[in-house]
Design a protein around this ligand. Structure first.
Ligand code: DX5
Ligand code: ZN
Length: 217
């Protein structure tokens, strides 16, 4: 089955964001991935509500908002209002993860939990049946265009087994360093959703690249 493709606009041309979103509207992309960074949880700052609201006015595809911020529970309703359709929070910063995941679901968004490359898959044991998707980070979060961590393939297989064992319906989203070479390997390993920033926006023909990410699988 072909994966859900979620281009990350982090590597897009922010001076021409409307054009970039319209390109994604026309492309075979399924979701649009938005990376929110706070300069605390990760060593980088990106953008917030006004930019998401502006994107929402143009986007014809669901917005997949990935929160790389501390205490994300403070802003769940605001992200919903701004236009998020899918919202993921990091396991590493959620003291009351179960409550936060339920807050997201109550607001009719798909709820995701993201884990860093060093966080064991097994730590999801008591939340895996509550989430709609797991964001498996295949780079250390903070920047676009980083090198894919090869161990992520093993982790994808492990997570797939883990999800099946727990009879969970959670989808697996892979985020970081996804390219045309590792995409089919990741789908084989059990990935359902592929995020791609640099591979899409660094390509000469982004729409063609999105199509290849989708159909080569
Ligand atoms: C990394 C972000 C990713 C990033 C992916 O912290 O969460 O979504 O934008 O970009 P690439 O595909 O360039 O690694
Ligand atoms: Zn992301």
């Amino acid at each position: 089955m072909s994966p859900i493709i979620a281009p990350s606009i982090l590597s897009s041309d922010f001076a021409n964001l409307e054009k970039e979103i319209k390109m994604l509207n026309k492309s075979k992309a399924d979701w649009i991935h938005l990376d929110i960074m706070d300069g605390c949880f990760v060593p980088n700052i990106t953008f917030g509500m006004p930019v998401i609201r502006a994107i929402k006015r143009v986007a014809q595809k669901p917005l997949d908002v990935h929160l790389m911020i501390e205490k994300p529970e403070r802003y769940i309703a605001d992200f919903k209002k701004a236009g998020a359709d899918c919202l993921s929070v990091h396991w590493e910063v959620c003291t009351h993860l179960h409550r936060t995941i339920n807050q997201i679901k109550e607001l009719d968004m798909l709820a995701g939990v993201a884990i860093n490359p060093h966080t064991p898959v097994s730590f999801l044991e008591d939340i895996i049946c509550d989430v709609d998707f797991v964001v498996l980070m295949s780079v250390n979060p903070g920047f676009g265009g980083q090198r894919f961590i090869p161990n992520s393939i093993k982790r994808t297989k492990e997570l797939r087994k883990f999800i099946n064992k727990h009879k969970s319906n959670a989808m697996i989203e892979i985020d970081g360093g996804v390219d045309l070479e590792n995409a089919p390997i990741l789908v084989d390993a059990g990935a359902d959703i592929l995020v791609a920033g640099n591979t899409v926006f660094g390509a000469e023909y982004p729409m063609e690249t999105i199509k290849k990410l989708k159909v080569n699988n």
